[in-house]
Design a binder for this molecule. Structure first.
Ligand code: NAP
Length: 325
């Protein structure tokens, strides 16, 4: 299958592309930074971004599927989330509708649990509940989803991913760093969250790409069915390090919110997009981020397989092998 990937230089993209190549697919990537080295020889690279129509046309030509991984998880200002998640998606959808790639059968969009919002207590958020995002990141993802649903003239599948962890991830890498140091900050104390290992995400995307087209125009929440407390994640990493003690430091909102605001101001002065900003404070203030992957499992037959400990083990091995830890 001829598959176009946006965001191939990111964490999930870097895990996805080699698997697609291994399975014999032809891969084309849209890359905004012309100096960015593409790690794989047999990938077709189109240089450009969502503002360059010629590049978009060249990217879309002859594709049978698009996996839209590009998205802004870090930002300088709130409107950067809208630009990086909604505007880019709108431009891509408009370009697909305009250029009408004749063989295009599937469009997969990587959305986020943030688009549907947190859960109340330990009951997983019901999938049919109306979305209530609490961050600009989540709102911008929801705006992108709505644009796809309302305007894309081709079959789509939207994946609302829970927290993804695994080889190459810089965000959950912090968890490993904190545990190694023996002190783990817990903003607003204990939390409960759905998570998914990146190899399960990659397996799901390839599963959707390769399955017959009978499932289309659906939105799914994607996570391992077993949710975890933050303490369980910390203790899991702790046991893999063979450490005896890690101090879990509960940080009240009155402290982490202004601290993230200060970090946002510093990042803004340095012109460097950051995930540690006021938007993140809204996410961290919520205690329950539990979603329900049951509709995905029931309708597609696909089930994330990696248990937390299996995923953490592989991830830690990767960080060590690559010299990150
Ligand atoms: N990782 C998670 O836990 C998680 C959870 C839920 C949803 N998601 C979604 O999954 C997707 C991939 O996530 P990730 O973890 O791989 O993120 P990532 O490592 O930050 O990678 C983001 C990718 O998107 C590209 N990108 C960002 N803004 C762009 C823009 N304005 N124009 C063009 N390209 C842009 C980046 O290109 P450069 O390399 O040039 O910067 C990079 O290739 C994102 O849409 C994210 O929102 C991720």
């Amino acid at each position: 299958m001829h598959i176009g990937i946006t965001g191939s230089t990111g964490f999930i993209g870097q895990n996805l592309v080699p698997e697609l190549l291994k399975r014999g697919h032809k891969v084309k990537v849209l890359v905004r930074d012309p100096h960015r080295k593409i790690l794989w020889d047999d990938v077709e690279k189109v240089e450009g971004n969502f503002q360059t129509p010629d590049a978009l046309q060249q990217f879309l030509m002859d594709l049978e599927a698009v996996v839209h991984c590009a998205g802004a998880i870090r930002a300088l200002r709130m409107e950067d989330y809208v630009k990086g998640n909604y505007t880019t998606t709108k431009i891509l959808v408009d370009a697909i509708n305009q250029f009408k790639p004749k063989d295009l059968k599937k469009f997969i969009f990587l959305s986020s649990q943030s688009a549907q919002g947190p859960s109340v207590g330990l009951a997983p958020r019901r999938f049919d509940e109306p979305p209530s995002p609490v961050t600009w990141y989540g709102k911008s993802k929801l705006m992108a989803e709505n644009y796809i649903v309302n305007y894309l003239e081709y079959p789509y599948i939207i994946l609302r991913l829970a927290l993804v962890y695994g080889p190459g991830d810089r965000e959950t890498f912090r968890f490993f760093q904190y545990v190694k140091k023996g002190i783990f900050p817990m903003p607003n104390g204990e939390k409960y969250l759905s998570v998914v290992y990146v190899k399960d995400v990659v397996r799901l995307i390839t599963f959707i790409l390769e399955m017959e087209n009978h499932i289309r125009n659906r939105i799914y929440f994607v996570a391992h069915p077993q949710y975890h407390s933050l303490s369980e994640i910390v203790d899991g990493i702790k046991s893999l390090f063979g450490k005896k003690k890690v101090a879990k430091l509960s940080i009240p909102e009155a402290i982490f919110r202004p601290a993230l605001k200060v970090n946002e101001i510093i990042a803004s002065i340095a012109c460097k997009a950051t995930i540690a900003n006021s938007d993140k404070a809204n996410e961290l203030a919520e205690k329950y981020w539990i979603g329900d992957p049951a509709p995905l499992i029931a309708e597609t037959g696909f089930k994330p397989e990696y248990s937390l400990m299996e995923g953490l083990f592989e991830t830690l091995e990767w960080y060590k092998k690559e010299g990150w830890l």
